[in-house]
Ligand binder design. Structure first.
Ligand SMILES: [Zn+2]
Length: 408
């Protein structure tokens, strides 16, 4: 087996992203890397649309007062980037919760409005020392697949239950099996001990109901509430903690959030902070190493390369490219003056899943039916070096679409 490569090396070879001294810890996404980034976001958005989420977007730069109010300033200030604007202190947001809470508080919420699920792909900045920055795994600017669920305390258990099923479904779609860890009350916990007890009980019940196996991280909860950590193992059997489901009683208190309960009285909601994949930058870094650049079809920046054998095949090859593009499949034409074997070699090195070869036979097959490609032929190879031989062009398209849908 080839030596395993670091995601930075693969990122360079496949032209996905780069880093520059001018912006330590911030990713410059190249076109192909950005295609993957957007494909991942698209995948997440499709799933969330079915789960009753509302997507929001809030400012990157806000007055530091917000983080003083939310409590982040006391515990987190060394990670916050601050700047001075017209003699007032501002910060680059290190997390989305306080701003999502502001959106929550723009309306009088009723007990019937909850749970309210606000999702956000907000750009976050956290100050990490430049010495510990490391490719996509540790950056200063990133985006989390973040969401905040504002719930009544009697909804905690069912909401967590639903979330666990969603997490399992997400990872199943990506061919991973998540592992869960329940992190219990730390010694330095804030808030009402009874609330903690109830919340821990709710989380445990939800874990049981969801039929997932979980471990315990004793006293590893946050000071403001218990949490569930989500881990996966990659192809090299490395363990990654990716994301958390986190209960929070403190921000609602500090930001004075409320809803009007059935009895007409104002009550505090509970916030569930949750990310499923975690930082998208880091998750893509993990996927790059997990697949060693040979991504599943849906995630490949280029899904098919069409290779004409000689110049006289280019015209037909480019009409094939147009037809594939119409199906929203990412396809490139390699019409360079190179030998077929060198074009195949290049596509293989670029880890393009499929190559379609167009020669005399294929061009001739298209003449059988002028207006449709149904009976046209195409010779197909894979990046693994498998020759799938000639197949009907329509069958090839069908195969691509099925694989993209199934995410295999
Ligand atoms: Zn949050």
């Amino acid at each position: 087996m080839d030596k395993l490569k670091d995601h930075r090396q693969i990122g360079q070879e496949l032209d996905l992203f780069s880093f520059h001294d001018i912006a330590p810890g911030a990713v410059f996404w190249h076109h192909k890397g950005w295609i993957m980034y957007r494909a991942l976001q698209e995948f997440i958005r499709e799933k969330l649309a079915l789960e009753g989420y509302q997507e929001i977007s809030t400012p990157v730069m806000v007055k530091s007062d917000l983080f003083k109010k939310s409590g982040h300033w006391d515990f987190y200030s060394e990670h916050i980037f601050n700047l001075n604007v017209e003699n007032e202190p501002y910060s680059l947001k290190p997390m989305n919760c306080p701003e999502a809470s502001l959106i929550y508080s723009t309306k009088t919420r009723s007990y019937q409005d909850l749970p309210l699920r606000l999702a956000e792909f907000g750009v976050l900045h956290r100050n990490e020392l430049s010495g510990v920055l490391g490719g996509l795994f540790r950056v200063r600017q990133f985006v989390i697949d973040d969401a905040h669920h504002f719930v009544r305390s009697d909804q905690i258990q069912s909401e967590i239950h639903k979330l666990l099923l969603l997490v399992v479904d997400f990872y199943k779609s990506l061919n991973f099996k998540p592992e869960f860890y329940f992190a219990t009350k730390p010694d330095k916990a804030m808030g009402d001990p009874n609330l903690w007890k109830q919340a821990e009980k709710d989380l445990k019940e939800a874990l049981k109901d969801s039929n997932v196996k979980y471990g315990i991280k004793e006293k590893d909860g946050a000071f403001y509430g218990p949490k569930i950590d989500i881990h996966i193992k990659d192809s090299q059997n490395r363990d990654w903690q990716l994301a958390t489901i986190q209960l929070d009683f403190q921000i609602p208190e500090r930001m004075k959030l409320k809803y009007i309960d059935r009895d007409g009285k104002p009550k505090r909601p509970v916030i569930i902070h949750r990310a499923i994949l975690g930082s998208l930058e880091r998750f893509i870094g993990i996927l790059i190493e997990h697949y060693q650049g040979a991504f599943p079809l849906w995630f490949s920046p280029v899904q098919v390369v069409i290779i004409p054998i000689a110049d006289r095949h280019i015209k037909y090859a480019s009409s094939i490219v147009d037809t594939i593009e119409l199906q929203r499949i990412r396809v490139e034409l390699d019409s360079r003056q190179e030998t077929v074997s060198s074009k195949i070699r290049n596509a293989t090195l670029q880890k393009v899943p499929y190559m379609g070869i167009i020669g005399d036979k294929e061009v001739k097959s298209s003449k059988l039916k002028v207006k449709s490609y149904d009976d046209s032929l195409i010779s197909v190879r894979t990046r693994e070096g498998k020759d799938l031989g000639q197949m009907k062009f329509s069958a090839f398209l069908q195969k691509l679409k099925e694989e993209i849908d199934k995410k295999i």
